[in-house]
Ligand binder design. Structure first.
Ligand code: NG6
Ligand code: CA
Length: 502
């Protein structure tokens, strides 16, 4: 009875919150970093690298300590966040190649569509990594369709996949930027294309060598994943990427300052290859990995400055987060391991990117909304899959729950009015984990315990794992055999969620 009352009260609060906010339509900016770990920034405990702008954001906002991506890698996390459907329900949503077809097709609910329906101008700037074009991949030399423009974004300035995957070009709306039609782009992830040097055949041409993978076509002195030829005038310079994406994000804000806008600003930092602009080189003392954290912090500062300058800070909700946990050596010899200098990218957590342990998916998550969201720290359980339903409630929109079955309205938790948040959190790293009331269950799996390449503990174990995170956040004491009742409860719930879309 008490529980029903509480649920009713929360529901009412959600409805009231939604209705009140939909009349004033505050802007929403999501700054989504890449591979930034729970311990990588000052406000989450980092001491060796300085992130004053992100720390300032956290100080003025609500900093979450139990917020999660849906997956321990990029494509599935982004898929879940933008569609409200766990990526693991859709085969083919693992880390996408650079020429993958669009994974999110028109005709379904999406996060940007929710805002578009509510009358917002919507934009995406930065890393996409959710495929483009029809089956077989996009035509890089013509109109690219489907693209973000077909699933709810009014404006798009993106890179197709990752910094380490071809094609190394920017795509603005439907076209590759600065493309010379007499030098068409061809891309292949299957066989060599054209006759440009590769990292494998011509390592002497590399300015940053690979440690594993990344030995295909050399672009800007760096070996990439995949083969590319043509498009010489359109190729990016890694050193300028943060400047270019940041200026596009700021331009979008400036252009739309008079109307409500939603900006999904997805930085290429701090993913590999880590190639900061000259002015950030050496700034962290931790080599390129630290320097791109400093660069990311600069980016966040520029967005904040633009909001201040345009007098929009009060009326803009800024969400800052990351798409998966940290990795130190992700395939290039950039001295990340040697120069860590005692820095702990995962903070107190175990594992990292690719891992079923919590560092794979527990990420920094900050919500700043001056005057509306009380500054502080929240331990509420939050999942990025809930942004869709929460912002639908916020803007007074409905969405199609058949295409967005997993997203829930967690507005009250996101705005700091509910301290508990979600009932459970599903984490996916190939292996499934379930988090509930500080209990963490990792299902048995046969995969390797360690990734030798990245030196990450993957969390795989043929035996079930059960941890009490309230006492053991670092997941070191497996309680599965001593707590059979709790274990069974978690196993049953996970099965139910997987089967019934709970
Ligand atoms: C891996 C890459 C890694 C990174 C990752 C995707 C190799 C050996 N490793 O396959 O460098 O690109 O994919 O990262 O190629 S993510 O953050 O976009 O998911
Ligand atoms: Ca990532």
């Amino acid at each position: 009875m008490w529980k029903t009352k509480k649920i009713l009260a929360l529901l009412l609060l959600g409805l009231t919150l939604g209705r009140a906010y939909s009349q004033s339509k505050p802007n929403v900016v999501i700054i989504y970093a890449d591979d930034l770990g729970y311990g990588d920034i000052g406000c989450y405990g980092a001491k060796k690298v300085s992130t004053p702008n992100i720390d300032k954001l956290a100080k003025a906002g609500l900093r979450f300590t139990n917020a999660h991506t849906s997956s321990a890698t990029c494509t599935p996390s982004r898929y879940s966040m933008l569609t409200g459907e766990y990526a693991w329900r859709k085969p083919g949503t693992g880390v996408a190649t650079g020429d993958a077809a669009a994974l999110i097709l028109p005709g379904r609910s999406t996060l940007p569509l929710v805002f578009q329906q509510a009358g917002y101008k919507t934009g995406v700037v930065g890393k996409w990594h959710l495929g483009l074009g029809p089956q077989g991949g996009p035509n890089w030399n013509g109109d690219i369709k489907p693209s973000p423009l077909d699933i709810g974004f009014d404006y798009s300035y993106i890179m197709a996949a990752t910094g380490d995957r071809v094609p190394c070009v920017y795509v603005e709306n439907r076209r590759v930027v600065n493309l010379d039609p007499t030098d068409p782009i061809q891309v292949s992830f299957k066989e060599p294309i054209g006759n440009e040097p590769t990292g494998r055949a011509n390592p002497e041409l590399l300015k940053m060598k690979h440690s594993h993978g990344h030995d295909f076509t050399i672009i800007n002195g760096i070996g990439r994943i995949g083969y590319m030829t043509g498009g010489k005038s359109a190729r990016w310079k890694d050193e300028d990427m943060a400047d270019i994406f940041t200026s596009k994000a700021v331009e979008f804000i400036e252009k739309n300052k008079a109307e409500p806008f939603f900006l999904y600003f997805s930085t290429q930092d701090i993913h590999v290859p880590r190639v900061p602009h000259q002015r950030f080189v050496g700034k962290s003392g931790m080599g390129p990995r630290g320097d791109v954290i400093v660069q990311l912090d600069w980016t966040v500062g520029e967005v904040m400055k633009a909001l201040d300058r345009l007098n929009l800070s009060k009326n803009t909700i800024v969400v800052f987060s990351s798409d998966n946990g940290p990795v130190v050596d992700d395939g290039y010899q950039d001295q990340a391991v040697e120069l860590l200098n005692g820095h702990t990218p995962a903070g107190p957590l175990r594992g990292g990117k690719y891992s079923a342990f919590d560092a794979g998916t527990r990420v920094p998550f900050i919500v700043r909304w001056p005057g509306q969201v009380k500054a502080g720290v929240s331990g509420a359980a939050v999942s990025q899959v809930d942004l869709l339903a929460s912002f639908a409630a916020f803007t007074g929109q409905s969405f199609d729950a058949t295409t967005a079955p997993d997203t829930r309205n967690q507005l009250a938790a996101l705005l700091g009015k509910d301290k508990k948040g979600r009932d459970f959190i599903i984490e996916h790293a190939g292996t499934f984990s379930l988090l509930k009331d500080n209990w963490k269950y990792i299902e048995p799996s046969k995969g390797p315990k360690m990734s030798v390449q990245t030196n990450t503990e993957l969390g795989n174990n043929p035996e079930p794992q059960l941890y009490d995170l309230s006492k053991d956040l670092g997941e070191t004491n497996n309680l599965a055999t001593t707590n059979p009742t709790k274990l069974k409860e978690m196993q049953d719930l996970l099965r139910e969620i997987k089967e019934k879309r709970k």
